[in-house]
Design a protein around this ligand. Structure first.
Ligand code: NAD
Length: 253
């Protein structure tokens, strides 16, 4: 059986991925703030290094898969925390364990969002892709929560697409899921937010399949992308959103 690592495995989508991988008989190393095999705060460089070192210590022979799932929703303040965790931590820890994945021809699944397609490829996104954390964090404090969240997921998706061919040549498949609204502690906080709650409720009510998603429905697709069943997939962004992206952007794919 395989050995996998994921960040953000304590709750929500990450916890569902952990449960499903373990049910398949795999070993799963969890990185999270408090409840993890490796406890690290991914908001800053020292926490990211602690996560990388912890994974390396627990998987010295390499990894079959990695899922940078830790993330914060748009209700979190300061907005730069979203930038740090959702983009910079995901990229830094992925790069920090890449050689472990190369060793076992492993696979990576990133957790984007269908909101990635609902924002502009703007100056903020360019700063993220230029790896300028200081400037991106300064800029985002002058913008709104949607831009912070969706922009970080947009940049993460571009980062994935830019790197997927090179990773593939090294034998590592990297793909992403783009979930729509899913029932987790993250979305609970957004629904309870006085500014964002109503927009989120309206968004949830308009899902074409008639309900918001459950973490297990996202985890099923993540486990498929990690598995040999997806052996010819690399660089794909798979919308798992009850039809929302198709409804909102029918002619863009
Ligand atoms: P969640 O809050 O249940 O899980 C997030 C996990 O990340 C938690 O275990 C949390 O402790 C961990 N985490 C947060 N900040 C951290 C930090 N600084 N260091 C280490 N760990 C940290 O939320 P979720 O909805 O399961 O989110 C998982 C991923 O799915 C996120 O990347 C999120 O952006 C993405 N996503 C969620 C939705 C949704 O509607 N819930 C939709 C699209 C994408």
């Amino acid at each position: 059986m395989g050995i996998y690592a994921l960040t953000g495995g304590a709750t929500g989508i990450g916890a569902a991925i952990k449960t499903q991988l373990r049910a398949l008989g795999h070993e799963v190393i969890v990185v999270d703030l408090r409840e993890g095999d490796v406890c690290a705060d991914l908001a800053d460089a020292s926490g990211r290094q602690k996560a990388i070192d912890g994974i390396r210590a627990l998987a010295p022979a390499g990894l079959d898969g990695f899922i940078p799932c830790a993330g914060l929703g748009p209700s979190v303040r300061p907005l730069s925390l979203i930038t740090r965790v959702n983009y910079f931590a995901a990229v830094a820890v992925t790069e920090g364990v890449l050689d472990l994945l190369v060793r076992r021809k492993g696979s990576i699944v990133m957790i984007s969002s269908n909101s990635a397609a609902m924002t502009a490829h703007d100056e903020y996104v360019e700063l993220l892709l230029a790896d300028d954390e200081t400037a991106a964090c300064e800029l985002i404090e002058t913008k709104d929560a949607h831009t912070a969240y969706a922009g970080a997921k947009h940049a993460l998706s571009c980062w994935l697409r830019r790197n997927a061919p090179d990773y593939a040549r090294q034998g590592v498949r990297i793909n992403a899921v783009a979930p729509g609204i899913v029932n987790t502690p993250l979305s609970d906080k957004v629904l309870a937010d006085k500014d964002l709650g109503q927009v989120m409720r309206d968004f949830g009510d308009s899902v074409p399949l008639g309900a918001i998603g459950q973490p297990e429905q996202i985890a099923e697709v993540v486990c498929f992308l990690l598995s040999e069943k997806a052996s010819f997939m690399a660089g794909s962004l798979v919308f798992v959103d009850g039809g929302h992206d198709a409804m909102l952007r029918p002619d863009q794919f």
